[in-house]
Design a protein around this ligand. Structure first.
Ligand code: NAD
Ligand code: ZN
Length: 352
């Protein structure tokens, strides 16, 4: 598969680990650090190490798995380790993990000594099709997601499809929601392909197409002024449902599970407000509800969910602004939705 060119850096798909070894050799780095979490240390690092062992100057930094690690305290821990190792400005950080590791590793590297080189090796579907592309780095503070961070591009991204084999199925579904979104916002043919494919572990060609779409969008609009808003489809309602579930459910929804619900609600809004045809709403609803388990959202939660939507950083002047669809494959940004409309969309989901 073709290497995808992003903002001055390549995204490799074929022989990625060999490409990584070549990249490291060429870069003449004083030292190489691999950032992992417990799971990627166990499942992914051995694949990389087997080939990277030709180099002798690399060290591994491992953090606990999960969003709880994506904090400034963990960053301080990593910065201190870099200092202890005597890391200078010409060292390299390899972020080997899901979105938590790529976001946090990117942030640590982009600030250590005002910035050292870093590359991503995303190991979850979500981080392959979303988090590793676009140059956003960051950490959470006081439970506020991604509140501190930078826009810094990696020097390269290396996609390895083998990594996905050890991912739990719920993690696959989480990344899949973003892939389906890519089809819905700008490529009907890709949506049709996804709809009819075996998605237990999506084929590398499908991952490649999603990365291509996300990359085109972020290259055209690096600072989120226009077309990048297309990526928000499903995320106004979805983020509120995700946050609510994080606060209230023991076994809370993953990001993608929440976005799948958000996409059904926002497809309904698209149908009511901007003419998404009935048949296309029915199709989106049926594909998403056959892939994702039903989640109970009672009317009594609507007020809180609406309150969460109002806090969304995408809003301006207290109005709730959604990215909707005029057709499958065609998005429309900046649609103001009222509280009644948003609650009705949640009722549509609840009656499925
Ligand atoms: P994650 O990094 O926490 O990974 C999910 C779980 O899977 C973890 O327990 C991890 O240890 C495990 N894991 C990772 N790779 C594995 C493998 N190959 N086999 C088995 N287990 C594996 O989370 P995520 O879902 O990848 O990403 C979520 C994060 O990404 C959030 O913090 C979100 O804010 C961020 N994100 C960032 C962007 C961006 O543009 N920067 C975009 C989307 C999401
Ligand atoms: Zn998302």
């Amino acid at each position: 598969m073709d290497t995808i060119q992003s903002n001055n850096y390549p995204i490799y798909f074929d022989n990625s680990i060999t490409e990584l070894v070549n990249f490291v050799k060429k870069g003449n780095y004083s030292r190489v650090f691999i950032l992992t979490d417990e799971n990627t240390g166990e499942h992914c690092l051995p694949l990389v190490k087997a080939q990277l062992d030709v180099l002798d100057n690399f060290d591994i930094i491992e953090v606990n798995a999960g969003e709880e690690s994506k904090t400034i305290d963990f960053c301080i821990g990593i910065w201190k380790m870099l200092i202890d190792f005597g890391a200078d400005r010409s060292c390299l950080m390899i972020n080997l993990g899901g979105g938590v590791i790529t976001d946090m590793g990117g942030f640590v590297a982009s600030t250590y000594k005002r910035g050292i080189d870093f590359v991503h090796m995303p190991t979850t579907l979500l981080s392959q099709v979303d988090a590793s592309v676009g140059g956003k780095t960051g950490v959470d503070v006081d439970g506020i997601k991604n509140i501190i961070g930078t826009f810094t591009q990696p020097k390269a991204v290396f996609m390895v499809d083998e990594f996905l084999k050890t991912l739990p199925s719920r993690q696959i579904l989480s990344g899949l929601a973003e892939m389906l979104k890519h089809g819905l916002i700008c490529d009907a043919a890709y949506w049709n392909k996804l709809k009819t494919s075996d998605l237990t572990v999506p084929a590398p060609e499908l991952v490649h197409r999603s990365v291509e779409i996300k990359n085109e969008v972020v290259i055209e609009d690096p600072n989120e002024k226009g077309i990048r808003k297309s990526l928000n489809f499903g995320h106004t309602v979805g983020h509120a449902v995700e946050t609510y579930s994080l606060l209230n459910d023991d076994d809370h929804l993953s990001h993608g599970e929440a976005i799948a619900i958000g996409m059904i609600c926002e497809a309904w809004l698209s149908n009511k407000k901007i003419g998404l045809p009935d048949a296309e709403l029915a199709e989106i609803t049926s594909v998403l509800s056959s892939l994702y388990p039903k989640h109970l959202i009672e009317d009594s939660c609507h007020k809180v969910l609406y309150g969460l939507m109002q806090k969304d950083k995408k809003n301006q002047n207290g109005l709730i602004n959604c990215t909707l669809l005029t057709h499958i494959g065609q998005y429309s940004i900046d649609n103001i939705c009222t509280e009644d409309e948003l609650c009705d969309s949640l009722r549509y989901y609840a009656t499925l």
